[in-house]
Design a protein around this ligand. Sequence first.
Ligand code: NDP
Length: 228
Amino acid sequence: MTPIILITGATRGIGFAAAGQLAAHGAQVIIASRDQDRAAAAAEKIGRGAASVTLDITDPASVEAAVAQIDTQFGRLDVLANNSAIVLDHYQSLLDLKPEVLLETLNTNVVGTFRVSQAFAPLLARSSAARIINVSSGAGSLNGVSQAWAPAYCISKTAVNMLTQQLSLALPEVMVNSMCPGWCRTEMGGGNAPRSPGEGADTLTWLALEAPHSLRGKFLKDRAVIPW
Ligand code: NDP
């Protein structure tokens, strides 16, 4: 059966690269963006029957509408790739960080990812082998990696990793994992990053299509489990 795969924030960067890879493997890709025109244009660029949906992960009404659209159009969801995220505090010291910036970052990266996963759980339950992939970051790792870069973003990605573990427990039938794409040349990653968006998307694509369904509640990079 053709897997139906929703990727949030997929009009550019790692999400767009993943969409291209997944469509090339024959998946039914659904490109999500806050902007319907950009989503439709990205889907057209991908071709291979890619669909599009408007989705702002911070807006409950938008999430509800996206669930309704995908229910009507496809009747189920096999893979949810929570790829959307923001960085608002690139080179800021924690001591200068405004609490509002931390809140906004958590609201998108953590609460948004939670909201979308919760809202799509009923459609995922109709899949025989559902998967959720949370695009996290090594920046959220507690495994001895310490950096003063983007503290709000780093805190949010640590929370995304715990959200992954909690989702995995709450949805025992669903294969839920976090992955780190590595530092990639995207709008978020900047032009000096060593990896292409496609290289960053590789583990997402593998988790969506090939990784064994028994792999659950893990954090991965380059198709291998890494410590949290
Ligand atoms: P980009 O900034 O290029 O893309 C991020 C996407 O997030 C945008 O396309 C945007 O979609 C979407 N987005 C932002 N806010 C919202 C929102 N409220 N609702 C829905 N979508 C939203 O980032 P990357 O491609 O670089 O990053 C993709 C993922 O990879 C992120 O989770 C990031 O944290 C992670 N990552 C990236 C690294 C890198 O080096 N690039 C390194 C480690 C992790 P739109 O504007 O169309 O709605």
